[in-house]
Every structure is written in structure tokens, then in C-alpha cells.
Design a protein around this ligand. Structure first.
Ligand code: ASP
Length: 581
């Protein structure tokens, strides 16, 4: 090794030792006769010291040439510092340098490589390799590595086998657009990059692997939202001879292990909630249940009292914001503006203040008596000092709008502490989802998800009502994982494709291999996949998954560092048989 120690290692107890350190120059201070240089590596920062008179002249001369981010090797003696720096673990010592070698120079970096940098997002992404030198960024990837290790340890311990599945495959319908790769050897034909290894992991169950997992890259060509990446990582898992409870228990175990091993957090209960209840109580299939504020349906109490907006509504919904009766006009206006924003789209907001003197003051006093409002308050469990907020309209829209308002109030009231973790299993998802655009049903999860046996008959009469053996793990209102018990026989799989609008030939062409496999002794099986990037971000207390990816793409799907995607030259195109004109 070129060095004896790292830059994060030495303490007062090492005093008088001869050591050699390697690293990058973070900064130097030259006070004439005295000079100090902070040397940085992945492990920390150690101060090098040079002194006219005692440091050899040629060493001093080299030291004066050092610029930011030069790579150097320094040998010297560990000495205790006069004025210690309590902010860093090595702050008690410095190295009196006796020999100094510049291993490589550096141009002046485009931004300062310290925790507080002056570099903007775009610049840091262009020079991501420099950004990754910063503690704050690198530590996020270390967290990621630790999490991956915790997952591997846990699953291996539980007899799961990690298997790599191919990346050049054919389209898997996970609901998004595929990335495709042209084939040179089979011109005019294309591979698709996997949106997930779904069909392969099911085939591994047919092969008798029994328990599979993979920490795997998946690709989806979607318009990017703030927290989406075209390539992302899943913890992908599948098990045979299990029912839904077995899967929920196994992955509750894995989640508990990750939290305790990596964050030192012992998670509490993992309650189960049906999709229908989640929608009814929270208007959301991934409710944040760190706080209450459940929806209350006020139709019966609020309709037929002369207020036409409520009378015409399919649903009148209230939530109770505890202790908010004193909200000012201005605060209430701000809430109204919030729900009227185009992204939320409510027409207005009705409020009822439950005054501390037992009276009520509402924005609809003209239509409702004190007794009427008291009945609302009773139904909403509102006490004196609370504020009831009411929205109305069609069921789906009102629920969605109220869900946003609830989350907003939760944030305003400090009920969404990022150091509190509340898991929740959402179960019994609908099998199918109506798509207005294409005017047909889509698989809500994917076409391999099994319907609940007791709902099978509804497939022909009321397909939208059929529930699936599908589940999501939600933590703090974020969907962390999702999966299902699969179909494992040809006839049911064929029936499913039929309901999804595939002709028999289309189904055979696309998924014949899977249905064929089902005819050779497919065991009952099911599984789940976790969004690994998002899990990392949650562990790190951040909203952005990009911070937890070493080389992420920007919101236009570009890698600005390597400048990709890019054009390719004529010969390459010709070889692929692609004519762009
Ligand atoms: N393949 C599914 C997904 O990517 C997960 C699963 O059903 O196991 O969402």
C-alpha cells in the first residue's frame, strides 16, 4: 500500500508515530512561516503542517505548489495539536510532514468540494465524479450499500437464492413503455429492457427454485416526475407454496431487519388495510397513517338543507383539524387557495370552527343552524377548539382532493415527522382498472396477478369489482413495495388475457412461453418487489431518489456527464439496418 493509515484514522494515541497518508488537498492556509493543508480521503480529513526552519526546504517548496484537489502522498510524524478542532475526529492531531510527493495535479475544480458547495445541480451532475467526493453525497451511497447488504443477509438467511435474469428480453407489460434495443443479428427485430424480471422469476418458481431474490435494474420509459428515473433498482422476490399471509410476514420480517440493522429503529405494528378502506378513510391507496384525520362522510347531515352545492354533490367529506379553530381569515383563505390550485382542482372549501365557548362559526351559516353544525362536529369527533374542513363533489374527485388537503394539514401541524416510520400493508386491490382513454380494462398490478377465488364469477358481470390477491407495502404514505399471488395455471392466465382484450393469438405470441411453462407443474407462487432507490431515500430522510443513485439521469432522462442519449454514426445504424430517413 502507498499509505500506512487513512485520513480519518489517527488520534492523539498515535502521537510520535511515523505515518504515510494519501489523499486530496481540500484547502491550504499559508501564514508565511507556517502552513497547513487539509488532506481528505473517503474516511476523513487530517491536517498536514509545514514550518519554515523545521520542514525540509524541498518539502516546503512542494507544499507551496499544492492546489485544491491535488493528489498527494505525505510522510511525517503524528503530533498533538496546540489548538484542537473538536469538529472532526482527527482534530486532536496533525502530521509534521517530512516528505511530500505530488501523485497527480488537478485543475481548479468547477465547484468547492465541501459539504457546503457553491455548485448548482446541473454543474454537480456534469462533474458527478467530483460531487461524489463530497461527504454528504458519498455517505448516501454508503447507506445504499449497507441496505443492500442487510437485504442480502436477511434473504440468504431465509434460504432465498439470488439469481440474475437477463436484461435483453422481450416486452413485459408492467404498464409502462419499454426501452428497446435493436438487434444487429436479427435486423428489424428488437429486444426490450425489462420493466421488471416478473416473468423470469415466475419461471424460476416453475423450475423449483422455491425462493428467489435479486437486487436488479429495471427500465421504464415514462415521462419523468421528480422522483422517477428511467432505470431504477428493485429488490425483486418470489416464493413458492405460500399464501398471501406468508409473503406479508416474510417481507415484514425483511423490512424490520433493514430498519433495525441499518437505522437502529424497531418498527411497530404493520397493520393491514383493504384498498376500499384506504380510499374511503384517506382517499389514497398509500395513506400516510402517522396521523389520523380520517375522512367523515357528511352527506346525511349536510344535504337537503338548502345548500345546493352540497345537495348536488355525490359526496360531502369532512376532516377535523385538531386545535385549528383559531385559524385567521388569512389562514383559511390560504387553505382555500391551496385546494383551488389546478393540481388539486376543488371549487371551494367550507369550514366550521368549533369555538371554545361551544358555539360554531362556519362559512355556510346561512344554511345550517348551530344544531346542524353540532351534529357535523359530533360525527367528525371534533372538540371545542377544532376546525372542520369540508369538500364536496363527485366521489373520486372529492376523495383525491381531500387526501391532498389532509396531507397538507398533516404537514402544517407537524404530524409527519420524518424520523417516525409507520408501515402499512394495503391489501385487496382491485384486479382491473378502467382506462378512459383506451376504453378498456387494464390490470391494476400486472396480468399475472390472481383474482380472489370468491370474486371470479364477477369477471363476466362486473369486472371492475373483482378484487386481486395483491398488496402494497406503504411507509409514511410512500409506496415502498408491491406484489401479488400469481396465476399458476394456463386456463386462468388465458382467461385473464381475454379480459384484458388480448386475442388468443396475441396472448400466445407474447406470453406463450409462460403459459406453456404452467403446463409442466407450476407450483402456486407469489412475490413482491421493493423500490430500492426510494427505500434508500426514505432511510436517508430525503424525498429525492436521485441523491441515492451514483450516476443519475436528469428530469429529461439525460446523463449530462457522459452526454447520453446521443446519436450514433452511420455505420452503426447501417449495421443495425436502421434507416432514419
Ligand atoms: N413485478 C412487479 C413490479 O415491478 C412486482 C411483483 O409483482 O412482484 O411491480
Amino acid at each position: 500500500m502507498l499509505r500506512t493509515h487513512t485520513c480519518g484514522e489517527l488520534r492523539e494515541s498515535n502521537s510520535n508515530e511515523q505515518v504515510t497518508l494519501c489523499g486530496w488537498v481540500q484547502r491550504s492556509r499559508d501564514k508565511g512561516g507556517l502552513m497547513w493543508t487539509d488532506l481528505r480521503d473517503r474516511y476523513g480529513i487530517t491536517q498536514l503542517s509545514f514550518e519554515e526552519g523545521s520542514t525540509p526546504a524541498e518539502v516546503l517548496e512542494t507544499a507551496r505548489k499544492l492546489g485544491r484537489e491535488f493528489v498527494v502522498k505525505a510522510t511525517g510524524t503524528v503530533v498533538e495539536r496546540y489548538s484542537k478542532n473538536d469538529n472532526i475526529p482527527t482534530g486532536g492531531i496533525e502530521i509534521k510532514v517530512e516528505s511530500l510527493e505530488i501523485l497527480n495535479g488537478s485543475k481548479v475544480p468547477p465547484f468547492i468540494i465541501e459539504d457546503d458547495t457553491d455548485g448548482g445541480e446541473e454543474l454537480r451532475m456534469k462533474y458527478r465524479y467530483l460531487d461524489l467526493r463530497r461527504n454528504a453525497v458519498r455517505s448516501k451511497l454508503q447507506l445504499r450499500s449497507k441496505l443492500a447488504m442487510a437485504v442480502r443477509n436477511y434473504l440468504t438467511e431465509q434460504d432465498f437464492i439470488e439469481v440474475e435474469t437477463p436484461v435483453l428480453i422481450k416486452s413485459t407489460p408492467e404498464g409502462a413503455r419499454d426501452f428497446v434495443v435493436p438487434s444487429r443479428m436479427n435486423q428489424g427485430e428488437f429486444y426490450a429492457l425489462p420493466q421488471s424480471p416478473q416473468t423470469f422469476k415466475q419461471l424460476l418458481m416453475v423450475s423449483g427454485f422455491d425462493r428467489y431474490f435479486q437486487i436488479v435494474k429495471c427500465f421504464r420509459d415514462e415521462d419523468l416526475r421528480a422522483d422517477r428515473q428511467p432505470e431504477f433498482t428493485q429488490i425483486d422476490c418470489e416464493m413458492s407454496f405460500v399464501n398471501q399471509e406468508d409473503i406479508l410476514n416474510t417481507f415484514e420480517g425483511m423490512t424490520r431487519h433493514m430498519f433495525s440493522a441499518v437505522r437502529g429503529v424497531e418498527l411497530g405494528d404493520f397493520p393491514h388495510m383493504t384498498y376500499a378502506d384506504a380510499m374511503r378513510k384517506y382517499g389514497n391507496d398509500k395513506p400516510d397513517i402517522r396521523f389520523g384525520m380520517e375522512f367523515v362522510e357528511l352527506n346525511e347531515l349536510a344535504q337537503n338543507k338548502g345548500f345546493s352545492i352540497f345537495d348536488q354533490a355525490e359526496l360531502v367529506l369532512g376532516i377535523c383539524a385538531e386545535g385549528c379553530a383559531e385559524y385567521t381569515r388569512k389562514q383559511l383563505d390560504a387553505l382555500t387557495d391551496y385546494v383551488k390550485r389546478p393540481q388539486i382542482g376543488a371549487k371551494g372549501l367550507v369550514y366550521v370552527k368549533c369555538n371554545t365557548d361551544g358555539t360554531f362559526k362556519s362559512s355556510v351559516d346561512k344554511f345550517y343552524s348551530q344544531e346542524d353544525l353540532k351534529a357535523w362536529a359530533d360525527k367528525a369527533d371534533a372538540k371545542a377548539g377544532d376546525l372542520i374542513l369540508v369538500l364536496s363533489g363527485t366521489t373520486n374527485e372529492t376523495r383525491k382532493q381531500m387526501s391532498e388537503l389532509r396531507l397538507h394539514m398533516g404537514k402544517e401541524l407537524g404530524l409527519r415527522d420524518k424520523n417516525t416510520f409507520q408501515p402499512l400493508w394495503v391489501i385487496d386491490f382491485p384486479l382491473l382498472e378502467w382506462d378512459e382513454e383506451t376504453k378498456r380494462f387494464h390490470a391494476m398490478h400486472h396480468p399475472f396477478t390472481s383474482p380472489k377465488a370468491e370474486d371470479m364469477a364477477l369477471l363476466d358481470t362486473d369486472p371492475g369489482k373483482v378484487r386481486a390477491n395483491a398488496y402494497d407495502l406503504v411507509i409514511n404514505g410512500v409506496e415502498i413495495g408491491g406484489g401479488s399471488i400469481r396465476i399458476h395455471d394456463r386456463a386462468t392466465q388465458q382467461l385473464m388475457f381475454k379480459h384484458l382484450g388480448f386475442t388468443e393469438d396475441e396472448a400466445k405470441a407474447q406470453f406463450g412461453f409462460l403459459m406453456d411453462a404452467f403446463e409442466y407443474g407450476a407450483p402456486p407462487h407469489g412475490g413482491i418487489a421493493f423500490g430500492f432507490d426510494r427505500l434508500c431515500a426514505m432511510f436517508g430522510g430525503s424525498d429525492s431518489i436521485r441523491d441515492y443513485i451514483a450516476f443519475p439521469k436528469n428530469t429529461s432522462g439525460r446523463d449530462v456527464m457522459i452526454d447520453s442519449p446521443s446519436t450514433i454514426d452511420e455505420t452503426q445504424l447501417k449495421e443495425l439496418g436502421i434507416n432514419l430517413r
